[in-house]
Design a protein around this ligand. Structure first.
Ligand code: HSE
Length: 445
């Protein structure tokens, strides 16, 4: 049968991985797809690298001009591996307008402009597939969109940035400082071109936006994500968390929650932040650059997806899975294909996102205080006045010759705006030194 012809835009790490895996497993992939899938065009800024990767291959054309690939009538699928917003967005929209199916690993592009891109694809009847955009090699898009389709999804919590997880794992295991471990993650090639995307939670926010849209059937709304990274975490807090039986992970969390004070109205939580997770949970033991996504469905219960979230061949695995899906479905009537966001496009819901102040969760609070009678009573009164209940507490011995010590409090579930208010009040006490460290906690059970 005539091969489906693929044009690759970008021949970096993932592009080379896609070429290699497609060649190596050609025979099995063809048996699965029903017809051969051939990369026939590659647009890249680094022709030398592409020449080396594809050397000796017949029927392959290299160019530095992506427009040449997008405009060719014999290219059926365009694979966008350029990353970033522009020019990737223009290429994707033009490929769609030219009637090409698109496979992309571009999480930033989809989180920001997915609604526009899917609407364009809907109009021209083409598919836009994006398994590689979230959690690299883990087939989480497939799981959410198809495998769990019977469920009302209640929540998702994921370690979806390998760089941050690598940094937190190394800091905990070796006690190395943040900057040293970040440099190591960059050297290993996990980090984004701009590593602030990793350590400030932006990359995780992109991926969470995509998962939330699919889980709840809502449009992509990146601007609604509360985002806090790992740059302010200290080794002390990692150690105290450990003493209390927790690990700190950068989690992306999205949840259907009832709005405080209104039994009938629902909102969606959408947040990325460092989180204390009980050390006994499987997800707390995901170490290094690995990713894991925990999904709670009403019928199935909790399911956990684990694997490499980055890297040449793991990401290529997801790109090629999409190529096979597109190959199998490209002659199908567009109405009979799996909808981009799992729900039929006219069935997306406008359920609102919950502002962070309305989110209900538990907290780890660390404060440095004068070691004298009445200090703890003042703090607990401030908490009690706001109906914040304490679950556990440790007070450290003051270091030799010092009169100040650390108190760590774990709270029961409280509303975020009450905690913010209590922290401001505690910080204003003359017996409390500096800022209160606040890290959210999730039981995930
Ligand atoms: N920079 C990303 C990470 C790569 O560290 O997870 C995969 O999206």
């Amino acid at each position: 049968m005539k091969p489906l012809q693929v044009g690759l835009l970008g021949m970096g790490t993932v592009g080379c991985g896609t070429w290699t895996v497609l060649k190596r497993n050609e025979e099995e992939i063809t048996r699965r797809a029903g017809r051969p899938i051939r990369i026939t065009w590659i647009a890249t800024r680094t022709l030398e690298r592409a020449h080396q990767a594809t050397r000796g291959a017949k029927g392959i054309h290299l160019t530095t001009d992506p427009e040449e690939v997008i405009g060719r009538p014999d290219v059926d699928i365009v694979v966008e591996l350029i990353g970033g917003i522009e020019p990737a967005k223009s290429y994707v929209l033009r490929a769609i307008a030219n009637g090409k199916h698109v496979v992309t690993a571009n999480k930033a592009l989809l989180a920001r402009h997915g609604n526009e891109i899917f609407a364009a694809a809907q109009k021209t009847g083409v598919m836009v597939a994006f398994e590689a955009a979230v959690a690299g090699g883990i087939p989480i898009i497939k799981a959410l969109r198809e495998g769990l389709t019977a469920n009302r999804i209640e929540w998702i919590a994921g370690i979806i940035n390998g760089t941050s997880n690598f940094i937190l794992s190394e800091m905990r295991a070796t006690g190395a400082p943040f900057a040293t471990v970040l440099a190591e993650a960059q050297a290993r090639g996990y980090a984004e071109a701009d590593p602030t995307f990793d350590v400030e939670g932006i990359d995780a926010a992109h991926k969470l936006t995509i998962m939330s849209a699919i889980a709840f059937g809502v449009p992509m709304q990146l601007d609604k994500v509360y985002t806090e990274g790992i740059t302010r975490l200290t080794r002390e807090d990692l150690r105290y968390a450990e003493e209390l039986g927790y690990r700190i992970k950068l989690l992306g969390i999205t949840r259907r929650a009832s709005v405080a004070g209104s039994a009938n109205s629902e909102g969606i939580e959408l947040r990325v932040h460092p989180t204390l997770v009980p050390a006994k949970r499987l997800i707390a033991n995901v170490e290094g650059a690995m990713n894991a996504v925990l999904v709670k469905g009403d019928a199935v219960g909790a399911t956990l997806y684990y694997g490499p979230g980055a890297g040449a061949e793991p990401t290529a695995s997801a790109v090629i899975a999409d190529l096979v899906d597109v190959t199998r479905m490209h002659t199908a009537d567009p109405e009979h294909r799996v909808p981009h966001l799992a729900f039929q496009p006219d069935q997306l819901s406008n359920i609102p996102f919950l502002p962070m102040g309305e989110v209900r969760t538990s907290y780890y609070l660390r404060m440095r205080v004068l070691d004298r009678p009445g200090v703890l009573a003042d703090i607990t009164r401030i908490l009690a006045d706001r109906e914040i209940s304490i679950d556990a507490m440790i007070q450290k011995e003051p270091p030799e010759g010092e009169d100040r010590t650390d108190i760590i409090l774990l709270t029961h579930q409280s509303i975020e705006r009450q905690i913010v208010d209590a922290i401001a009040k505690i910080e204003s006490l003359p017996t409390v030194n500096g800022k209160v460290v606040r890290i959210r906690m999730e039981e995930l059970n």
